[in-house]
Design a protein around this ligand. Sequence first.
Ligand code: HSE
Length: 444
Amino acid sequence: MTRIRVGLLGIGTVGAGTFTVLKRNQAEISRRAGREIAITVVADLDTNRARSIVGDDIEVVSDAQQVVSRDDVDVVIELIGGYGIAKTLVLAAIEAGKHVVTANKALLAVHGTEIFAAAARKGVIVAYEAAVAGGIPIIKALREGLVANRIDWVAGIVNGTTNFILSEMRDKGLDFASVLKEAQRLGYAEADPTFDIEGIDAAHKTALMSAIAFGIPVQFDKAHIEGITKLERVDIQYAEQLGYRIKLLGIAKRTDKGVELRVHPSLVPARRLIASVEGAMNAVVVHGDALGTTLYYGAGAGSEPTASAVIADLVDIARLQGADPAHYTPVLGFQSASLNAAQSSLPVLPIEEVVTSYYLRARVSDEPGVLAKITTILSEHGVSIDALLQRESDDVLGEGADQTDLIILTHRTREGTMNDALASIQSLPTVLGSVVRLRKEELN
Ligand code: HSE
């Protein structure tokens, strides 16, 4: 069979890993793919660095534009990232009839609908296993392995940088700012880590998973996103005392009213396997009606782990080369004609309509009746209390302090209802400072 010729755009960390793994496992990969997969041209602005990685046998160019339409390229791998030139190149490659493999979650989360429609028109594949949870084959699992199931929910730790920061905050009792500096020193967090720590990267990935889980269009713009920048170590410690760990979860959940699509720090029972996912690792839990709960764990970033997903996509394409596009796996796992119809029956819900349980922490004057007033307000709003803790936080409060922390775990309630109750609690003169509210997910 003829070999598949690949044009690689961008040979940074993941590109270099892709080259290395393809070369190292060439014979095995060819046996699996049924044909040879050969990188024939690499485009990178730093041509010297690119040559030092791929040697003299592979052509290196600085202009990615000329690669996407070349006759000797069948598949374009886009590893440039971002929404700018990457979008232009991906659309140009599709227009030229090339299949595309990309790890670019930001691009697909924001422009996926346009890109997938262009690919469908041209009869080419856009593959993106590496875009969500790095090397973990979660796209394959959701789109193919779980195809019999009605997916109820997906919840994942899909950003390694923030999971590393949260792990360090818990293990070492450090605050967010100092762990972030350490993460940057170790090379986990970017110099500008905004997308990671503000939850945007996790939301890109969760928006993609929600589309595949429920057969709806990718709707990143409707996701509710909170990062970890405001998380205080004292809440990590209190959560621990109550039997929970705090994780930045990306959650996509089907309800009677629509789809919850949200990224925020969440309390997770310490006994759940996902609560033990530490450091920069990723994990995704999926609940389907037939199979029940499954957990997918592994490296969510890094050179060869992400290359593993990129090459899996290349092999899929190699196996399908020459096939009728009608035989391709649908890009979001559902026939595209059904996506828009599902959007109206499964709208993404505003955060006020989300139903979950909560962790509340109020710093209050330590005087009679304070607790009673707070619990009365919760009761008046129909919010039921699950657990309650009163603690004097060592790091803030000294001996004989006249302030204390009240920590309340609630049962499930509507977020809009909780907002109203919190506004009333906040207005009590005995409540000092802002009440901390975190969401709690039992994941059962
Ligand atoms: N910045 C991402 C993370 C890299 O920290 O997980 C992989 O998408």
